[in-house]
Design a protein around this ligand. Structure first.
Ligand code: IMP
Ligand code: MG
Length: 183
């Protein structure tokens, strides 16, 4: 299968400043993460992989297809309020998973951790539902956040740039790009 190393402006709609992670970089890293996750659990762990929408949808789809255990998938929709440049510290759940979290081995899948507000709010909320274990798997981590709990699995330490593609958006655009670029 061919992998994208070049930007096609027919797809992006505009020139991005650079490709930060190529399709191949991402494929290799996601495969390695799935292998680590497979090793960390056993088949009877009752795994629940919870994706935080919308940003995690492509990452989660690639990841779960390579985890070699029985598992279930569900999603959360969180929305943070406040102005666009500064997080208000409030995170609301707009969609709550139907799957019960109690007694399950839960992996929360996030696209990118920036200020950490989303994670710091969601972890206690999910912990309160009595999972057997709760771990975070984030594709990207900007390493600027003070997190109550660090993710167990991180794809890449991300540069402090605004990234788009592979699920990440800018004004809802660019989520469909097979690579991750900088605006
Ligand atoms: P946090 O709550 O500040 O950690 O923000 C996490 C959320 O902000 C992510 O789930 C993304 O939706 C969004 N976000 C943060 N940084 C970026 C970026 O560089 N590109 C696209 N979205 C981002
Ligand atoms: Mg997001």
């Amino acid at each position: 299968m061919s992998t994208k190393t070049e930007m096609d402006t027919r797809q992006t709609g505009r020139e991005l400043s650079r490709i930060v992670y190529s399709q191949k970089d991402i494929q290799d890293r996601v495969a390695a993460m799935a292998e680590e996750i497979t090793e960390a659990y056993s088949p009877d762990d009752n795994l629940l992989v919870l994706g935080l929408l919308k940003g995690s949808f492509i990452f989660l789809a690639d990841l779960v297809r390579q985890i070699q255990h029985p598992l279930q998938v569900d999603f959360l929709v969180a929305s943070s309020y406040g102005n666009a440049t500064k997080s208000s510290g409030h995170v609301n759940l707009l969609y709550d998973p139907e799957a019960s979290v109690e007694g399950r081995s839960v992996i929360l899948v996030e696209d990118i951790i920036d200020s950490g507000t989303t994670m710091n709010r969601l972890i206690p909320l999910l912990e309160g539902r009595g999972p057997r274990s709760l771990e975070v798997c984030a594709l990207l981590h900007k390493r600027v956040a003070t997190l109550d709990r660090e993710p167990r699995w991180i794809g890449f330490d991300a540069p402090l740039e605004f990234l788009v593609g592979y699920g990440l958006d800018y004004g809802e655009d660019f989520r469909h790009l097979p690579f991750i670029g900088s605006l």
